[in-house]
Design a protein around this ligand. Structure first.
Ligand code: NIG
Ligand code: FE
Length: 418
């Protein structure tokens, strides 16, 4: 954090993403674009935003960064769904998938999530911390200034604790991670008992420790064939709400239905939704649940995209996240994936940016970021260019030239790919 004021500008275009609706369609004409914009950071916060020429009269020249090139500024991206705490690789699964086997078939044959559980259990807490640091820094270089990170490859009280402690330690260096407990990823093969008794063990033995050590305040569950059923998920999530955790769900990835539970329980978000039909869309649109599309999983599995256009037209919100994980979504590039989703689903550029910024912040229950506005975190990215449309037009290949996280410049590149 910087305890002296810093004024940065002039930006050719500054896209604030403020004053836009949380739900429903957005047109590009609704975007606030400040031409020749300036922004003032102090103590990791945005103190002022406006026309650069109207700002900084009271500042010493040393507190002003004069930009010499055309830059396009946006809020830092928020990746609201990742599994970047894992060890090993699932390239073998991927080779089988591209050759025609399905994700569920591969899981039944000993690949899938359980394979990563075995590899992650073999890693130490320190190894996992380093892996999370490496991946989060890679994301930050690509413009992501907030990253949600799930556990879920431990699948026992001790191993889930190891993962969440590794995430917490990594965040002590980064201050950009939002941890989530996904101990309910799949029923562990080595647990002697029913899925319900496993969930009860997590609830009674792990959750109190999560709260005692302040490891996370979010609980997730995968509702799907081969994972957990609706009834199991309902009991588990009700209990999580009684513990005052925020709840989120992996639903409707291959079969529709789990999203009904997300709505019934007023979850923060319902993620995946590739298999959601008209009924699910209507229910989500009538609720405050944030639907989260995961185009990286569609690309990794060669599967359909979530019905983003229909969700927005029905009046739902829409966040877009990478789902970066070793199995279904190994790419880990949110900007590429969101641009491709936008092209396939006919999203306005405003809707795609909203999905990676303030709507993603809402999916994480974060009020302090996602827009460039006074009082918000000084998380901002900039791209070389004269017109904001250049960024999504290049489908993610135009990378940020500048990234500020909490007011700190983390990368200043003079060269970009495009
Ligand atoms: O969000 N769908 C369930 N969980 C992850 C995949 C995890 C894995 O395959 O390792 C997902 O796609
Ligand atoms: Fe996921």
């Amino acid at each position: 954090m910087n305890n002296v004021p810093v004024l940065i500008g002039p930006f050719r275009q500054l896209l604030t993403m403020r004053n836009l609706p949380l739900k429903g369609a957005i047109s590009d004409e609704q975007l606030e674009i400040i031409e020749e914009g300036g922004i003032l950071f102090l103590n990791g916060e945005i103190k002022q935003i406006g026309k650069f020429d109207d700002m900084g009269a009271d500042l010493a020249p040393g507190n002003i960064i004069f930009l010499q090139e055309d830059l396009l500024a946006f809020p830092g991206l928020i990746d609201a769904h990742t599994h970047i705490c894992f060890a090993g690789s699932r390239a073998r699964d991927y080779s089988m998938r591209v050759a025609g086997k399905t994700y569920l078939e591969i899981a039944k044959e000993g690949g899938g999530i359980w394979d990563t559980v075995t590899q992650t259990r073999a890693a130490s807490e320190e190894d996992l911390q380093q892996l999370v640091l490496k991946r989060a820094r890679f994301l930050r270089k690509n413009g992501v200034t907030t990253v949600e990170v799930k556990s879920g490859y431990g699948l026992s009280v001790e191993e889930e604790l190891k993962m969440l402690r590794a995430i917490k330690k990594a965040d002590q260096e980064l201050n950009m991670l939002v941890p989530t407990c996904l101990a309910a990823h799949i029923p562990p093969k080595d647990f002697d008992g029913s899925p319900n008794s496993y969930l009860y063990q997590i609830h009674s033995s792990l959750w109190p420790l999560l709260q005692k050590e302040r490891l996370c305040n979010r609980i997730d569950i995968f509702v799907e064939e081969g994972a957990f059923g609706i009834e199991e998920a309902r009991n588990y999530l009700q209990a999580a709400k009684d513990f005052h955790f925020d709840i989120t769900l992996h639903v409707d990835q291959f079969h529709p239905g789990g999203s009904h539970l997300a709505v019934e329980l007023e979850a923060l978000s319902a993620d995946h939704l590739e298999a959601s039909g008209d009924k699910e869309i209507e229910l989500l649109a009538g609720s405050n649940v944030i639907p989260v599309a995961l185009p990286g999983a569609s690309l990794g599995l060669g599967d359909r995209f979530a019905p983003a256009r229909k969700l927005l037209d029905a009046g739902a919100s829409l966040a877009i996240a990478s789902d970066w994980n070793p199995g279904s979504a190994p790419m880990g590039d949110l900007l590429i994936q969101a641009s491709i989703l936008g092209a396939h689903q006919k999203l306005s550029m405003a809707e795609t940016w909203a999905g990676m910024t303030f709507r993603a912040a809402a999916a994480l229950n974060l009020q302090d970021r996602g827009v460039l506005d006074v009082g918000k975190r000084a998380d901002m990215i900039a791209f070389s260019g004269k017109d904001y449309r250049e960024v999504l037009y290049h489908q993610g290949l135009l990378k940020p030239s500048h990234v500020w996280q909490n007011g700190f410049p983390h990368l200043i590149q003079s060269e970009t790919h495009v």
